[in-house]
Design a binder for this molecule. Structure first.
Ligand SMILES: Nc1ncnc2c1ncn2[C@@H]1O[C@H](COP(=O)(O)OP(=O)(O)OP(=O)(O)O)[C@@H](O)[C@H]1O
Ligand SMILES: [Mg+2]
Length: 282
């Protein structure tokens, strides 16, 4: 049965979608069957993987509001082992329509039960809010990963968000656990970054992923081409970082990465660079 991972932080623009798309893609690259669910009406994960979000119909809205079976909306992506349940702006209506709906917090959880056996991991890309869509995601999830932007005001709102997660754990979903935080868009040239890393480490302690996602222009460019970072530039530091994050994620579960990336030598070199950056920060 799939393990369900929500990528969530109520703060906007911190790297949730970039992490959801590229962690999902890296896990698929290592041979695991992955379903990515776009829970955000912005549909960035959907378009980021090359789909025209306006044409993605039916989509997760129809599953959550009309109880359409999940397998009727899932599409294969251009990435081997990676499927997607897309969304678009009509999902914004669900946030309102759910308020008066029966079992409004557990619509996604119910929908996933019939397809859970088909995947190793289901990754949920959450919107930047703590509305009913995020609550549905956290109610369905086993684990939560919180991307933290390694820049100004990184921790703003994080404590409140984690309190809300705690409440969902207590009231709705006792199996929900914090997988950890991941630092994103990290710029080691900024002295502030060191402070941010210290602060984030204090708050999340050992749950913080050792892998740090650097600020890398290729990561920002890739969605414009409807590609993940491994398709767009497999030799970039962004690709290396998300492959390493996926390896760390798998090794936490005692699962070894099944397949090595094609860019072997280059990858070692980039790994060294990232290590140097990390050492300069400790
Ligand atoms: N490591 C990175 N380096 C450079 N740019 C990045 C990186 N990660 C994300 N970005 C860019 O930063 C912006 C915000 O990232 P992203 O969309 O992943 O955040 P988000 O948390 O999903 O945002 P939202 O809250 O709106 O859903 C995007 O333009 C993205 O391409
Ligand atoms: Mg997003």
């Amino acid at each position: 049965m799939a393990e369900i991972i929500a990528i969530a932080n109520q703060k906007g623009g911190v790297g949730k979608t970039t992490s959801a798309v590229n962690l999902a893609s890296a896990l698929a690259h290592f041979g695991h069957k992955i379903l990515l669910i776009d829970m955000d009406p912005q549909g960035n994960a959907t378009s980021g993987l090359g789909f025209d979000k306006k044409q993605f119909a039916p989509n997760i809205y129809n599953v959550i509001i009309e109880l359409l079976p999940m397998d009727q909306i899932i599409k294969e992506t251009s990435v081997k082992n990676l499927s997607i349940a897309g969304s678009n702006s009509n999902l914004a209506g669900a946030e309102v329509e759910l308020v008066s709906a029966l079992a409004r917090e557990s619509r996604l959880k119910g929908a996933l039960s019939s397809i859970k056996n088909n995947y190793t991991f289901i990754i949920l890309d959450c919107p930047p809010s703590l509305g009913l869509l995020t609550i549905n995601a956290l109610n369905a999830a086993d684990k939560i990963i919180v991307p933290i932007q390694g820049e100004y005001y990184a921790m703003e709102g994080v404590a409140q968000f984690m309190e809300a997660v705690q409440k969902i754990h207590a009231a709705l979903n006792p199996k929900l656990e914090l997988e950890g935080a991941v630092l994103t868009m990290f710029d080691s040239r900024m002295s502030l970054s060191v402070q941010v890393k210290d602060e984030v480490t204090r708050f999340f302690s050992s749950s913080l992923f050792k892998t740090i996602i650097p600020r890398n222009i290729r990561l920002a460019e890739a969605p414009g081409f409807g590609q993940n970072i491994l398709q767009y530039d497999s030799r970039s530091r962004g690709a290396e970082a998300y492959l390493t994050l996926a390896e760390e994620f798998l090794s936490r579960r005692g699962l070894l990465a099944a397949k090595k990336t094609p860019s072997g030598a280059c990858r070692e070199q980039i790994k060294e660079e990232i290590k140097t950056i990390e050492e300069s920060l400790t």
